[in-house]
Ligand binder design. Structure first.
Ligand SMILES: [Zn+2]
Length: 450
């Protein structure tokens, strides 16, 4: 059957509106065709010429939903919303132009928007939410009812068309409040990548890894699949948008034989830093190993000397490393000896406190500016690995002296950390209890707000 195109067009348009209405109904209508309804629909003059009898089943279903008569086409169409992303180099004005908003309206909307944004520009990719109403007079010139943009989670700008056809701008401020959330996942690949995949901010993860690095030997202790959890405080708007990424409050990493927990805390007269749950600062006064890459080739204690051939006390720890590997000052101090020293070969001794000093032997050469009397900071290069003196191959011989006696450097860690005391410790202990519970119960990051 040959229908004139115009009624078909109108019918489809009305059907689309009805379809939309039907979708919004809370309960789907039953598939029954109401004859009175069909009559009413037929009464709309524009489609009166159309014979509705051979309607397909789908259309029958939708027709029942039309409880009010379709609006006459001479009025404005149903308003609808669209979301447009600003592409690179585009302004909101360009977007309105593309959609075909009338020139006068576009100018008024942009003026109102600019007044709200002041000098700021919208970034590319910013979302504009537009509410439009199709106009009957000019098919391709919709009316802009409102424009909404939220360049930051705290602020939403809305330009609304008034009854008199002018446009008014308004700002909605969303209050940002702290919310404690957690990330709980397993290490697959790097800790950083695993945490980011689970939704944690990279900065918080870097802080976590740094806090762990004083105590954890990542290469030997950390297995794949190790569970870890972070407790974070993020800033969330009243309607649930994250305005501030999560800051690390506490973190927990399960190793094969132990669980390491770090807690962020700001003492009364100090800067924010990480502590173990018993109140020791994770930052040590002395490095765990005075080198970046190394392995212990000979431990502290009695042993058979590889060159001298007889059993005697090994007064330090040997770290095997290729010749030329930088040797780092284990702690802040002053150089007291730098030069050849018998079986030690090229040797450096640092004094850290009145009772503590460290010594480094068999160097191939000294670090820049290393000579008796100069101060050094922790981690400064004081020399390079070699095999001078009584050495079978390149390694660092490292000694730790306490009140003039050599002690095992690897057991001197905990006693040299800063410890919380007094009121700080009371406050900290309460925080540890709270954080430990929240590490299990706080909502997971990305979980539904409210
Ligand atoms: Zn040695």
């Amino acid at each position: 059957m040959a229908l004139p195109p115009w009624p078909v067009h109108c019918f489809l348009l009305i059907m689309a509106v009805i379809c939309a209405a039907a979708t919004l109904r809370p309960h789907p209508p039953t598939v029954v065709i109401d004859p009175s309804l069909v009559e009413r629909t037929q009464a709309v003059p524009e489609i009166a010429s159309y014979e509705p009898a051979p309607l397909p089943t789908g259309a029958e279903f939708q027709l029942v939903a039309a409880e009010q008569p379709a609006p006459p086409l001479s009025s404005l169409g149903e308003p609808y919303d669209i979301v447009v992303r600003l592409s690179r180099g585009d302004t909101p004005g360009d977007v309105l132009d593309e959609i075909g908003i009338a020139d006068d309206d576009r100018v008024a909307v942009i003026a109102a928007l600019e007044q709200l944004l002041k000098k700021r520009r919208l970034a590319s990719g910013e979302k504009l939410r537009l509410s439009l109403q199709p106009s009957a007079d000019a098919d391709d010139c919709p009316l802009l009812l409102s424009l909404q943009v939220r360049p930051e989670p705290e602020r939403e700008y809305v330009i609304t068309r008034q009854d008199d056809g002018s446009y008014d701008g308004d700002v909605t401020i969303y209050k940002v409040q702290p919310r404690i959330v957690r990330v709980a996942t397993r290490r697959i690949g790097s800790l950083l990548a695993s945490g980011v995949r689970a939704g944690a901010p990279a900065d918080a993860l870097r802080e976590f890894i740094r806090a762990l690095s004083y105590d954890v030997d990542f290469e030997r202790e950390l297995r794949s699949g190790a569970p870890f959890a972070l407790l974070l405080e993020e800033g969330v708007t009243s309607d649930g948008l994250v305005a501030r990424p999560g800051r690390l409050l506490a973190g927990e990493l399960e190793l094969a034989k132990r669980t390491v927990t770090v807690i962020a805390f700001t003492p009364q007269h100090g800067a924010r830093q990480f502590y173990t749950p018993d109140g020791n600062s994770v930052v040590r006064a002395f490095l765990r190993t005075p080198m970046d890459a190394s392995h212990i080739s000979s431990p502290f204690g009695r042993r058979r000397h590889p060159i001298l051939g007889y059993s005697r006390m090994h007064e330090g720890v040997d770290f095997a490393a290729p010749k030329g590997t930088p040797i780092l000052a284990a702690g802040r101090g002053t150089v007291v000896r730098a030069g050849y020293y018998g079986g030690y070969g090229l040797y450096v001794e640092l004094r850290h406190t009145a009772s503590i000093s460290t010594a480094y032997g068999h160097m191939s050469r000294l670090g820049r500016g290393i000579r008796p009397g100069v101060p050094v900071h922790q981690g400064q290069v004081i020399g390079y690995v070699g095999a001078t003196g009584l050495a079978t191959g390149p390694h660092l011989h490292y000694e730790f002296h306490r009140r003039g006696r050599a002690v095992n450097p690897l057991t001197q860690r905990a006693s040299l950390r800063q410890h919380l005391v007094g009121r700080d410790m009371t406050r900290f202990a309460a925080l540890v209890r709270q954080y430990r519970a929240q590490l299990r119960t706080a909502p997971l990051i990305g979980a539904a707000f409210r």
